[in-house]
Design a protein around this ligand. Structure first.
Ligand code: ZN
Length: 53
């Protein structure tokens, strides 16, 4: 599931459908975060942590 970290309040916002034509509004502060780079929940974090050791 794609999500974005709001640059205004720092909270994670999840979206069911990632469409570039629809504005992505933060559900916490109602700011437009469509320009924020989307993230995924893929387990790449574990690999990065392993390499940084
Ligand atoms: Zn926000």
């Amino acid at each position: 599931m794609p999500y974005k970290i709001c640059t205004y309040c720092g909270k994670a916002s999840y979206s069911a459908a990632e469409s570039p034509t629809v504005k992505w509004l933060c559900p916490f502060c109602d700011k437009d975060i469509s320009h924020v780079k989307g993230l995924t929940t893929l387990p790449k974090k574990e690999v990065a942590a392993e390499e940084s050791k």
